[in-house]
Design a protein around this ligand. Structure first.
Ligand SMILES: NC(=O)c1ccc[n+]([C@@H]2O[C@H](COP(=O)([O-])OP(=O)(O)OC[C@H]3O[C@@H](n4cnc5c(N)ncnc54)[C@H](OP(=O)(O)O)[C@@H]3O)[C@@H](O)[C@H]2O)c1
Length: 282
């Protein structure tokens, strides 16, 4: 195993991904403290965010959204000192990423805009892919820590770029699952055997890793959560916000967002986002 620098790491947010990344860092021998809004029964967990970040050099956010990041940032602000770094892995809006960067700069604390792709299983296996926006020297300095939870780190230029890339690529995932839902519904309505349809998609240029992952479970109505529907709705809204700022019309993601909102209102918000197929279930 590679030698890792003896940074102390605070993991803030123990949802699906934060929990697994904290476990991975601990198994690699890193000194980790964690905090979650709803207290978790873990020996490394503290009662307050500030207690988790007080002695950490690396503070990693795996929080839900922009609101959560801003609120927690204010709580831990006085522990963010020069020589430390805040690495935000949460998918948030561009304005909040820029705000976090500005705040860190004014304190003299490092900042990386570092969202990721990969879900529950990838996090469990330390195989996320990070999009890293920010100073190349910071990416170099903390690469060893980031590598523990990832299989690839893609530098993408300045802070903010990774946020835009993450939100734009999630638009593709949400739209793909909406398209899979519509096509599966048509196949089912015409009594096409599920295996035939799945085989046809996988042999077609329209097939993808995402289709291979989601289509079988959608066909059998299993929605075990890897990435929740309400988090995908959040990201669709961030994409719509980015499109509006650039004066672009994006009717596809707007329609998908409307469907996701209706399903969330009917109680599907904590299911996997492939529950988009529920729009066709009675
Ligand atoms: N899961 C994936 O496949 C995946 C893939 C790529 C990117 N992401 C992104 O990575 C981030 C984490 O994802 P996840 O799947 O781990 O999310 P999750 O399971 O929904 O966990 C969200 C975390 O944020 C905390 N939180 C929510 N609102 C908060 C607030 N106002 N103040 C403080 N904490 C708050 C939650 O605490 P409580 O337990 O108290 O609610 C929980 O720890 C999200 O931004 C998500 O979009 C996820």
């Amino acid at each position: 195993m590679n030698e890792h620098p003896k940074y102390k790491v605070a993991i803030i947010g123990l949802g699906i991904i934060g929990t697994r990344c904290a476990d991975k860092l601990i198994s690699a021998g890193i000194d980790v403290t964690t905090w979650n809004r709803t207290k978790k029964d873990r020996p490394d967990s503290t009662d307050t965010a500030i207690a988790a970040t007080a002695n950490a050099q690396v503070i990693a956010f795996y929080l839900k959204d922009s609101l959560a990041c801003k609120a927690v940032f204010q709580d831990i602000r006085k522990t963010l000192l020069p020589g430390k770094i805040l690495i935000n892995h949460s998918t948030i809006d561009l304005e909040t990423t820029q705000w976090l960067e500005k705040q860190c700069k004014s304190i003299g604390c490092g900042f990386l805009d570092c969202p990721f792709t990969g879900s529950k299983i990838a996090a469990q296996n330390g195989e996320l892919v990070y999009y890293a926006g920010g100073d190349d020297n910071l990416i170099k300095q903390y690469r060893n820590i980031l590598e523990i939870t990832s299989k690839e780190i893609i530098p993408v230029g300045k802070a903010g770029n990774a946020t835009v890339i993450k939100v734009a690529t999630n638009l593709i995932s949400a739209s793909t699952v909406q398209a899979l839902s519509e096509s599966l519904a048509i196949a089912k309505a015409n009594n096409i055997p599920t295996e035939s349809f799945i085989a046809a998609v996988s042999g077609n240029a329209c097939g993808s890793a995402l289709a291979a992952m989601k289509l079988p479970t959608m066909a059998s109505g299993e929605y075990d959560t890897h990435f929740s529907l309400d988090n995908m709705l959040k990201d669709a809204n961030y994409a719509i916000q980015l499109a509006k700022s650039a004066e672009l019309k994006t009717p596809g993601i707007q329609t998908t967002a409307n469907v996701m909102k209706q399903l969330c209102e009917k109680g599907a918000e904590q299911l996997d986002y492939s529950a988009l197929f529920k729009q066709f279930e009675n």
